[in-house]
Design a protein around this ligand. Structure first.
Ligand SMILES: Nc1ncnc2c1ncn2[C@@H]1O[C@H](COP(=O)(O)OP(=O)(O)OP(=O)(O)O)[C@@H](O)[C@H]1O
Ligand SMILES: CC(=O)C(=O)O
Ligand SMILES: [K+]
Ligand SMILES: [Mg+2]
Length: 574
């Protein structure tokens, strides 16, 4: 196994016949303290000077004229918004915190989706609780078309419905108002539209059997409250005690003597038969993430992962565990270990545990994910008031800042982008709050100091982990402009992200789906690039391509690592 740790610096010069040619020479080789080597400088790449604006036409050859990269493989792809940001602001100020937007009626049009992509949406989420299969397909198609035609790299996350108890869809109405003292009927009957007044369908057959007179019925974790006053066959009569707006398919929980009633509930499968059909649909459509609602144990995640592995065309759809139940908190570590990421789904979580415990649960989930190297999304009600108003409350801004300060990988909009009046403004708030906190870290040199436990399961993985931890630390100490990582499966990129370094991480991968999945991880700027096992040529090729696009410039200090050659290289862009 080649496990040398090479530290390189590079110098550059120009000669009349070349646009750039760069030389790299190692200054250290393992062991670390070896003296600089005086190896002769090696010319590595010649880059033709024509057509700098058209990267595809670049001819990349070695000194002896042999082509090492076909024009196609010399193309580098990066998200169009990121590219503009890199050019305008320089890469130290690119946003590290990723943004997820739930797509709904307010944002399912092509132009609206483009508005979100321009505003920095990294992942579009479709919630299988709402909308038809055709609707979801049309959203996926539009996002893919945006990516292809306009150069974005928006990933798609499908969120399963799960089989918790919820209301029906209100016969097409966008909401219904429940007033104090009104009596409403909750029933397993499927009402024809128009829905009778003050009648709500419940999706769970055992509902009327399970509730008792005197129980408290909470809609969406307490947004509206009812008391059960009478049971008549399948109909349960409830008195509204806390008025509010009922939203289609809102989640229902019932409480008895101050605790959540969940015996029967616990028998419901995490993945219902409808969910399996949705998952088949997601696999067929090649979504990038499947978020599993109401996960109770690692078992269901393992089951889903092997199901996907057996069916998915190009293997990998990342499975995100939604932490939104008491059971998921109990089994947190094993669930996160089994998953490819997690979501702090505060909406339902706040209906299952006392509200004042939600912030601590959030902190713990974010921390465990970081330690186990899994991306984590903080979700729900971040900017809830922006569903109706164009500016957030001060408390909401504080909540968003707190999630950013916890260095969560991603923040998510739900109703704000799905059916709110100001989706773009809400996204702008997430973006500007993230940027402000991140800038403050850099201004105040607030390095992250979290102790990261060893997580590698093999010696080779341990080396990767040590390399990434060291490279991130070096990047902070040397105040480098960027970390570069060349990665086949994204693992080394995620290890760098885990250290939350000060500088951005340029992650190069040849695989389009790996690139889209890296979109969810803190600080990573994913690029698609074909590369070889020869790091020197990879670096020179990357420098040339990025310089031609104005994304880096001569003199920028870069640390590069790769999962082919386990090494750390420090160099100035020639
Ligand atoms: N595809 C859709 N069609 C219609 N309305 C939608 C759609 N997606 C979301 N919404 C609306 O936006 C609101 C917030 O979306 P969100 O995805 O957070 O759903 P939710 O119902 O709160 O459930 P979950 O717990 O699964 O997140 C929903 O309550 C619904 O009113
Ligand atoms: C996102 C989600 O499912 C929740 O907050 O409940
Ligand atoms: K859901
Ligand atoms: Mg939920």
């Amino acid at each position: 196994m080649a496990q040398s740790l090479n530290l390189f610096v590079s110098t550059s010069h120009t000669s009349p016949d070349l646009t750039h040619s760069s030389y790299s020479k190692p200054i250290f080789q393992t062991p670390f303290l070896a003296l600089p080597l005086t190896k002769p400088l090696k010319k590595s790449l010649l880059i033709a000077s024509s057509a700098p604006e058209n990267v595809a036409e670049y001819a990349i050859t070695t000194e002896n004229g042999r082509n090492i990269a076909s024009p196609a493989s010399s193309v580098i792809e990066v998200d169009a918004v990121t590219e503009a940001e890199l050019k305008e602001n320089g890469f130290r100020s690119t946003r590290r915190t990723k943004l997820v937007c739930t797509i709904g009626p307010a944002t399912c049009g092509f132009d609206e989706l483009e508005g979100l992509a321009v505003g920095g949406m990294n992942v579009a989420r479709i919630n299988m609780c709402h909308g038809t299969r055709e609707w979801h397909k049309s959203v996926i198609d539009k996002v893919r078309r945006l990516n292809e035609e306009k150069g974005y790299a928006v990933a798609i996350m499908m969120d399963t419905e799960g089989s918790e108890i919820h209301m029906g869809d209100l016969g097409g109405a966008s909401s219904a108002k429940a007033e104090d003292g009104e009596v409403w009927t909750f029933s397993v009957r499927a009402y024809d539209s128009p829905r009778p007044e003050r009648a709500i369908t419940v999706n769970y057959d055992g509902f009327a059997e399970d509730v008792k007179v005197g129980d408290e019925l909470l809609v969406d974790g307490g947004m509206v409250r009812f008391e059960v006053i009478e049971k008549i066959g399948p109909d349960v009569k409830c008195l509204c005690t806390d008025p509010g707006l009922l939203l289609p398919r809102a989640n229902l929980t019932f409480w008895r003597d101050g605790s959540l009633v969940r015996e029967r509930n616990a028998m419901l499968p995490t993945i219902s038969s409808k969910d399996w059909l949705d998952i088949d649909f997601g696999i067929a459509e090649g979504v990038d993430f499947i978020a599993v609602s109401f996960v109770k144990s690692a078992e269901v995640i393992n089951h889903l992962k092997s199901y996907i592995k057996a069916r998915s065309r190009d293997g990998d759809i990342a499975v995100v565990a939604k932490i939104e139940s008491i059971d998921s908190l109990k089994n947190l570590e094993e669930i996160i270990r089994a998953s490819d990421g997690a979501m702090v789904a505060r909406g339902d979580l706040g209906a299952q545990i006392p509200l004042e415990q939600v912030p601590l649960a959030q902190q713990r989930i974010v921390e465990v994910c970081r330690q186990l190297n899994k991306p984590v999304i903080v979700a729900s009600q971040l900017l809830e008031s922006m569903i109706e108003y164009p500016t957030p409350t001060r408390a909401e801004v504080a909540d968003v800042s707190e999630a950013v300060r916890q260095r969560a990988d991603a923040l998510m909009l739900s109703g704000e982008s799905a059916m709110g009046q100001f989706p773009d403004k809400a996204l702008t708030v997430l973006r500007s709050v993230s940027l402000r906190i991140e800038k403050w870290w850099r201004e105040e040199k607030q390095h992250e100091v979290m102790d990261l436990p060893d997580i590698a399961s093999s010696f080779s993985d341990s080396i990767s982990e040590e390399i990434c931890n060291s490279a991130a630390k070096m990047a902070n100490n040397l105040e480098v402009d960027a970390l570069f990582v060349y990665t086949k499966d994204g693992h080394m990129a995620s290890l760098l992200s885990r250290s939350r370094p000060d500088c951005p991480i340029f992650a190069f991968t040849a695989d389009t789906s790996v690139r889209r999945r890296l979109n969810l991880q803190w600080g990573l700027i994913p690029f698609r690039l074909g590369f070889s096992d020869d790091m020197e040529s990879n670096l020179n090729k990357t420098f040339a391509l990025l310089k031609a696009r104005g994304m880096i410039k001569s003199g920028d200090l870069v640390i590069a690592v790769s999962d082919m050659l386990q090494s750390i290289q420090v160099m100035n862009v020639p």
